[in-house]
Design a protein around this ligand. Structure first.
Ligand code: IPE
Ligand code: IPE
Ligand code: MG
Length: 237
């Protein structure tokens, strides 16, 4: 499959794990386990097509309100995923990064994450960002506080607060805005994901549940993206 234009940054809201499990009379955690297979398949395909950035929503700031058993299993899965996948990440030069308030993540999973980030730094391949304990409103508020503090200290002047400067205060600093955002499971909302960064992102919604979404589904989303005409508010030429 060849493409005329390939998104440089793809963001994914990996949704529908619970419903996938429910349909099979399984506990929700089995949906999350199967969802990891989807993530692996999507990463493999992203590498094949030389996507530069892949950002995946794994756990939202609101997901802390789920039943404690589910939260605990998700955190354990995170730890397991990172430990098992680290050699693959290194072998394929994937740089692991994260966005979100990871202070809330249990110590064991947090140290596995930080260790993997450290060990995959500057490898030069796909930049894989996990959104963990992530909330876009929190991210924006956090940026506003940082900026207000810098102004108060006299490090920055109000007139110097440009869009570029603001972006550099977000968790996503240094990563360009997504070109394509995919949400699985037939929900048509952003659920507090990358609200500032998706101003001109192309949105792709599919009814496929995340555990059923594999590399070929990513290719279908990219095929759809290829047909989009991005105007960014300008007249179409
Ligand atoms: C997405 O699947 C994974 C997380 C939010 C952690 P869900 O767990 O939200 O699955 P549904 O939406 O209930 O089917
Ligand atoms: C969004 O899914 C968060 C992740 C996929 C990690 P949710 O299942 O939490 O979103 P809502 O509650 O349906 O909006
Ligand atoms: Mg959901």
């Amino acid at each position: 499959m060849t493409f005329k234009n390939i998104p440089s940054h793809i963001a994914v809201i990996m949704d529908g794990n619970g419903r996938w499990a429910k349909k099979r009379n399984l506990a929700r955690i089995y949906g999350h386990i199967e969802g990891i297979k989807s993530l692996k398949s999507v990463i493999k395909t992203a590498i094949k097509y030389k996507i530069k950035y892949l950002t995946v929503y794994a756990f939202s700031s609101e997901n802390w309100q789920r039943p404690p058993e589910e939260v605990v299993s998700l955190m354990e899965l995170l730890d397991e995923y990172i430990k098992i996948e680290l050699p693959y990440l290194i072998k394929n030069k994937i740089e692991l990064q994260f966005i979100g308030n990871i202070e809330k993540i249990p110590e064991k999973s947090k140290s596995a994450l930080l260790d993997a980030v450290q060990k995959t730094k500057n490898l030069g391949g796909l930049i894989l960002t996990l959104a963990l304990s992530y909330g876009s409103r929190e991210e924006i508020l956090n940026a506003v506080s940082k900026i207000a503090e810098s102004i108060e200290k006299g490090d920055v002047k109000v007139k110097d607060i440009s869009g570029e400067y603001f972006s550099s205060c977000l968790y996503t600093a240094g990563v360009p805005d997504p070109d394509l955002l995919i949400r699985t499971s037939g929900e048509y909302r952003l659920s507090n994901f990358l609200l500032y960064q998706t101003a001109y992102t192309e949105l792709y919604f599919t009814r496929t549940l995340w555990p059923d979404f594999r590399g070929k589904n990513l290719v279908a989303a990219m095929k759809n993206y290829e047909k989009r005409i991005r105007r960014f508010g300008k007249t179409h030429i």
